[in-house]
Design a protein. Structure first.
Lengths: 344, 403
């Protein structure tokens, strides 16, 4: 017995020491995240799961929205099959920790790109999938027409967001005061606003528009104030230190925007495989080895466009039904901000 | 036990032969030392490994570390704060301090109220009154069986169903109840009140001294003088006289509806109130059972003996049974006090900004999760250890002194 206990301690020690010095896998794509995703056959993607138009399960339980489709696109590029995506529900307060600790491979959760987040959190923004700004939603019955009339108001806002900082700055700038009601759970927070606990509900204007839309006939009772008080470029984040994975996520979006530029959709993509346009041939992996440079299959972009669609399709599928105009979110050739660097 | 009373036959057997340390596995002392060194070494190595591994990984991921963020301007808004707070000026350190104060505010008031309510219900369950006994047992069984989080949501949604500020329920100018919480009239504090409060404290001390003197007199002569005239004189008349001498200022701070909400007066937010009510009613159900078990642990003979002396049932409870029951009640009660404190962290769900809520927001804005969680743990550990220390001290004080 005595000897076996010694043995037991010995193995425990050895186990601990070995666990510490585990080497990174020598072979593979050069991206630890991509290798891990291949190993488990899944890309773990953090979403909110509560915002219509961004990520919300439909009546069949399928996750719908621009954030969900961003996850699908990267999964299609990385593993070749959109069905290998695994959605992980995150809150505004645990999203960064989840990504930092490796519980998810990427975060696609209407998260604003800021210097503080890139500088302090050990995370990086790969691409902006929605250019947004903070707005206010109030009840029509209050008669408020402008955010400037909101001195002394109680405002419902999610804690740990850039929204709470933006409101703070706006009120400070305009020398006004407000009382925040900070509730982490989104439906609980929206309930507090609808019951009248708060005078206004503030978050990204897109989410306010889709929330208003989701109220059905009661949407008429809610007014979106005209002021957009901050810039909120919402993007997709990855961990720092895995540049290959960062590249793959970023170029997935570029591929979708390029496809929209070239008029390639999920429906007509197969008719382009015999195209003579060298840009299209490189994009679809007919020519060159762009996929190899990213450490994935050469048909990575084909898979993305075929299985998820181009950037415009993703928008039309998810955001257009909410009654939101595309505006600055259009591609650059149509007066928007989405500009794709060349794939060559 | 002295050696004189010991059985001489056993003395030799009890005292182990004194021997030096042998460097042999068959020596129990040597084995004990070896194992302790091994275990301490294992713990140190584990901690060393965990700290080193964490630091290495934080550095590899370029995540900021250290507590320097406590000095940075916070910029996060806070709904209710017992001290002045301006997010544009104050630091994360101040924001976290407000979180600690908010947690203490809930825990302290919650502990007092839950103790009172729980004791009443516990006694009620033992009542001979059929209706009272059933109602209280229904209370205990229901409240204990529903998760606390659901109860908090329940209370919070009830408070949200109150009318908006413009149609607030009110009692004259004294109290306004709306879905923004309660606003009540309070006195505008002035120096006269501070002096009167000082007078009250002096009066309280004087009354306690009087009470001691009266008791000693009763012990010596058997005559009992009434205490209440002294109490009235020292604790009511004295502060009132001081207040009147200073000009009897009376200026109520009346809540007024201005803009979106009432301004002025005292305020209780729905978040705080829902959390407090939820914690108190939930924990009171457990405390009731502890009190009941404590009372039942006192032998029936004590009731009968006190009854034979002609004591009234209420006097038996307060003078004979409860003091003895306390010895059974205090240790499990400590756990309930700790539970209230820890359960107050559910405040996050209904938007009351306790230490967990503010620390979460802080770690989210600064990205320093390990430091944030360490702060939360340190705060709860400190509060819990303080409660435990106090309760252990109190437990030792009331323990049966065996002579």
């Amino acid at each position: 017995m005595r000897c076996s206990m010694t043995l037991c301690f010995g193995t425990l020690f050895a186990g601990l020491l070995l666990a510490g010095s585990q080497p990174a896998s020598a072979q593979g794509s050069g991206s630890a995240t991509l290798d891990a995703a291949r190993g488990r056959g899944q890309v773990l993607c953090g979403i909110s799961g509560q915002v219509p138009g961004f990520s919300l399960p439909d009546s069949q339980g399928v996750m719908r929205g621009i954030d969900a489709d961003s996850c699908r696109a990267v999964t299609a590029a990385a593993l070749g099959d959109v069905n290998k995506v695994k959605f992980v529900i995150t809150t505004t307060q645990n999203r960064f920790t989840n990504l930092q600790s490796g519980e998810i491979d990427m975060l696609s959760r209407s998260t604003t790109w800021t210097l503080g987040r890139e500088g302090n959190l050990g995370l990086e923004f790969a691409w902006v999938n929605y250019y947004d700004g903070t707005g206010f939603l109030v009840k029509a019955a209050t008669g408020v027409k402008s955010a400037k009339e909101m001195d002394g108001a109680t405002i419902c806002v999610q804690p740990g967001t850039s929204t709470e900082l933006a409101i703070n700055d706006y009120y400070r700038l305009n020398n006004m005061k407000f009382t925040p009601i900070l509730i982490q759970d989104l439906s609980e927070l929206q309930g507090a606003f609808l019951s009248g606990r708060c005078d206004a509900y503030s978050t990204d204007a897109s989410a306010l528009a889709t929330f208003r839309f989701s109220q059905g006939p009661k949407a008429q009772d809610l007014v979106l104030l005209p002021e957009i008080i901050s810039k909120e470029p919402l993007g997709v984040m990855v961990r720092k230190g895995d540049d290959k994975w960062f590249d793959l996520v970023r170029w997935t979006f570029i591929a979708m925007i390029t496809a929209e530029e070239k008029g390639i959709t999920s429906q007509n993509i197969d008719s382009f495989t015999s195209s003579t346009d060298p840009d299209i041939r490189r994009l679809l992996g007919v020519e060159g080895d762009m996929g190899k440079a990213l450490g994935v299959d050469n048909k990575w972009a084909y898979n993305v466009i075929k299985q998820v669609g181009n950037f415009g399709e993703v928008w039309d599928r998810n955001i257009t039904p909410m009654g939101v105009k595309r505006g600055i979110n259009n591609i650059w050739t149509k007066g928007g901000l989405q500009y794709a660097p060349p794939i060559r | 036990m002295s050696d004189l009373t010991a059985d001489p036959r056993l003395v030799g057997a009890r005292v182990a032969p004194k021997k030096g340390l042998r460097l042999s596995w068959s020596d129990p002392l040597f084995r004990a030392i070896v194992w302790q060194v091994v275990i301490v070494g294992a713990v140190v190595a584990l901690v060393w490994y965990l700290v080193g591994n964490t630091n290495r990984n934080l550095a590899a991921r370029h995540i900021a570390t250290g507590f320097a963020f406590l000095q940075r301007v916070a910029g996060i808004p806070i709904g209710e704060s017992p001290i002045a707070y301006d997010p544009a000026v104050n630091t994360y350190g101040t924001a976290l301090l407000i979180g600690i104060l908010n947690t203490l505010r809930v825990a302290a008031v919650g502990i007092v109220l839950a103790t009172i309510l729980g004791t009443l219900i516990g006694i009620g369950r033992l009542s001979g009154n059929w209706l009272l006994a059933r109602l209280t047992s229904f209370y205990v069984e229901t409240l204990r069986d529903i998760p606390l989080l659901l109860q908090l949501f329940f209370w919070y949604s009830i408070l949200q169903a109150l009318p908006p500020p413009r149609q607030a329920w009110h009692i004259g100018d004294l109290l306004y109840l709306s879905n923004r919480g309660a606003r009540y009239q309070q006195l505008t504090w002035g120096p006269a009140y501070s002096w009167a409060l000082g007078g009250f404290v002096v009066g309280l001390i004087a009354t306690i001294i009087c009470s001691r003197v009266i008791r000693r007199r009763q012990d010596q002569t058997g005559q009992r003088m009434p205490l209440w005239p002294f109490g009235l004189l020292f604790m009511v008349a004295l502060p009132l006289a001081i207040w009147a001498l200073l000009g009897a200022p009376f200026q109520p701070d009346v809540p007024v509806l201005r803009g979106f909400n009432y301004q002025g007066g005292g305020a209780v937010s729905p978040e705080y109130f829902a959390l407090l009510v939820g914690l108190v009613t939930y924990t009171a159900a457990y405390i009731a059972e502890i009190v009941r078990s404590g009372i039942l642990a006192v032998p029936q003979g004590q009731w009968e003996a006190a009854g034979a002396l002609g004591l009234h049932r209420r006097r038996i409870l307060t003078r004979i049974v409860l003091p003895q029951a306390l010895r059974v009640i205090i240790p499990p009660m400590t756990s309930q006090y700790l539970n209230i404190t820890k359960n107050s962290s559910l405040a996050v769900a209904i938007g009351f900004q306790d230490i967990v809520s503010i620390a979460y927001t802080t770690l989210n804005q600064t990205g320093q999760a390990i430091e944030g969680v360490a702060i939360i743990m340190a705060v709860y550990l400190t509060i819990s250890l303080s409660i435990s220390l106090f309760m252990n001290w109190y437990n030792a004080r009331i323990a049966l002194v065996e002579r």
